[in-house]
Design a binder for this molecule. Structure first.
Ligand code: NAD
Length: 511
């Protein structure tokens, strides 16, 4: 029987309640133990705290009273001391004054070749920070750190719970956690971002550890941020080297794993390969559309194109591009990542493709759609428009429950996020083991293990979905099938819940 409160029509569901729908569906289906269900329904801990950081002085474009400064002479500042930000302003560093020639009136300067700017003095700023620790029945909490302006406790609860399911599905000995800071990292200078990251870890340190809670990169964070987090966590410790596994996704030169940067995209590509293999074919000659050209999207695209698939359209935060003959991903990657003028790291403006609207992306006829940006993008109406055979989820929670129902109705198949993007956490586990053992594995070894892990867990989920219990040389689904067919997302959740439930059943509850 379900332990959910009765639904009230007047009270809209929270994002968390909506995301937990599939949990409740699978729990009902397998008759999940009532107490286990209560343990999993809400997170173990929800930490909210604040971090302050001193922001530098900024030069922001002057939009009004320009006439008043007609006769203001030009100022020459050392460009090295001015860091450009997305909103058109500059972060001012003192070294800009070396050999400078400055004319200022009322705190306004005219920068040579750039126009009028108002000096906004530096000030301290407060940011809201989070770490949600959802469940640790299978091992230490594990999950990414997100720096983004649109985060909330509810969202981190969703993402932390999703990590509990994902670590169980990937069969790595971790639980689920997630956290981050409500900030647009692109609105900060590199030094401010470093200060904010260090301060976040200063506050976080009592709550985490290599055997307690292990963060990793997520939206808005990367290997550089992980390096800073590692330094702050281990600073002053006598046995620093033993603590290296406190974060994963580090640079390979400081204990990161080979293959980790590409791992999430690589894992998604292994799932897609397996989807084609079931049909006796390969991704060669297939077509796909992609949302998000960040870590997950760009790596998945590069690997799939390497397997002979064709990328037709890409949408990201800056725009959407389309080419019916295929977009050359080997040209697009340097356009987005190696071009210093492309501050927003966007695909928009890429020369060898047509610029289309975001809505048009979903109308492009292709074999596969890969959402690899933010959550909630494939809504019911979007699912109605899609002209693909398969949605392969790279992002976390990109399809809404209504989107799921429409895809199911239209017979569009699904590789759900909890297996689709589990490559990242799987290689994070390999990184953690390498850190514990002081080893460094080759990329071939990492990818060999990853392929085996992702494909065998994918096969178990597929067997649960089709109710075809099997024991082969590479996988055993006999323990998990439930005697009837279910959709892939529910099947993945069934696998997660059965693996987690086993810990409570076999170990019992601490009192
Ligand atoms: P990223 O920051 O590297 O890239 C995000 C991409 O999404 C960028 O191309 C950005 O332009 C695009 N984007 C942002 N807002 C958008 C919008 N409103 N519309 C369209 N595009 C938008 O992030 P990432 O690491 O590639 O992560 C992408 C997704 O994958 C997230 O949902 C993340 O939680 C999930 N994920 C990432 C990993 C990982 O290892 N990086 C692992 C598991 C899941």
């Amino acid at each position: 029987m379900s332990s959910r409160p009765p639904s009230s029509e007047s009270k809209p569901q929270t994002v968390y309640q909506e995301a937990m729908e599939v949990f409740h569906r699978a729990a009902d289906l397998i008759g999940l133990d009532r107490r286990v269900r209560m343990e999993l329904e809400e997170p173990d801990y929800e930490h909210i705290f604040y971090v302050t950081v001193k922001l530098h002085t900024r030069l922001t474009p002057l939009t009004e009273s320009a006439d008043k400064y007609k006769d203001l002479g030009e100022s020459e500042l050392l460009p090295d001391g001015l860091e450009p930000l997305l909103d058109g302003s500059f972060v001012f560093k003192r070294r800009a004054l070396i050999g400078a020639n400055v004319a200022m009136r009322d705190g306004v300067v005219r920068l040579k070749g750039k126009g009028l700017y108002k000096v906004v003095p530096g000030r301290p700023e407060r940011f809201k920070a989070y770490r949600v620790q959802h469940n640790q029945a299978r091992g230490p909490y594990k999950g990414g750190i997100r720096f983004h302006q649109d985060v909330s406790l509810d969202l981190f609860k969703v993402l932390a719970a999703e990590m509990t399911w994902k670590t169980a599905i990937a069969d790595v000995p971790f639980g689920g956690g997630k956290g981050g800071i409500k900030v647009d990292p692109r609105s900060l200078s590199s030094e401010e971002l470093e200060a904010l990251t260090l301060r976040y870890m200063y506050r976080l340190k009592p709550l985490i550890g290599p055997d307690l809670d292990i963060p990793a990169p997520d939206v808005g964070t990367d290997g550089t941020i992980m390096g800073l987090l590692l330094r702050q966590y281990t600073d002053g410790e006598r046995e620093r080297h033993r603590l290296r596994g406190v974060v994963t996704g580090k640079d390979t030169r400081i204990g990161g794993s080979e293959g980790r940067v590409k791992a999430t995209g690589q894992g998604l590509a292994y799932c897609i390969q397996e989807w084609f293999a079931e049909r006796g074919t390969t991704p060669a000659g297939s077509t796909f559309v992609l949302q998000g050209f960040g870590n997950v999207g760009s790596n998945a695209a590069e690997i799939l194109c390497g397997l002979g698939a064709k990328l037709l359209a890409v949408n990201d935060a800056g725009g959407t591009i389309f080419n019916a003959n295929g977009i050359d991903v080997n040209d697009l990657i340097p356009y987005v990542y190696d071009n210093p003028l492309n501050l927003r790291r966007t695909v928009a403006g890429f020369g060898k493709a047509q610029q289309i609207s975001k809505q048009d992306l979903w109308d492009v006829q292709a074999d596969i759609a890969i959402p690899a940006a933010l959550g909630g993008e494939i809504t019911g109406p979007v699912a109605e428009r899609l002209k693909v055979k398969l949605v392969a989820e790279g992002a976390n929670g990109p399809t809404t429950p209504e989107g799921d129902r429409v895809l199911e109705k239209r017979g569009i198949e699904m590789i759900p996020d909890i297996i689709g993007n589990a490559g990242g956490v799987t290689v994070s586990y390999y990184e953690w083991i390498q850190n514990k053992r002081m080893e460094h594995w080759s990329e071939t070894e990492v990818n060999g293990r990853l392929e085996q892990a992702i494909k065998s867990n994918y096969r178990i989920i597929r067997d649960i979905a089709r109710n075809t219990p099997r024991r082969t040389a590479t996988h055993n689904s006999t323990r998990y099938c439930i005697g009837k067919e279910v959709d892939m997302r529910t099947a993945a959740m069934v696998l997660a819940l059965k693996r987690i439930e086993a810990h409570y059943q076999l170990e019992g509850f601490s009192q």
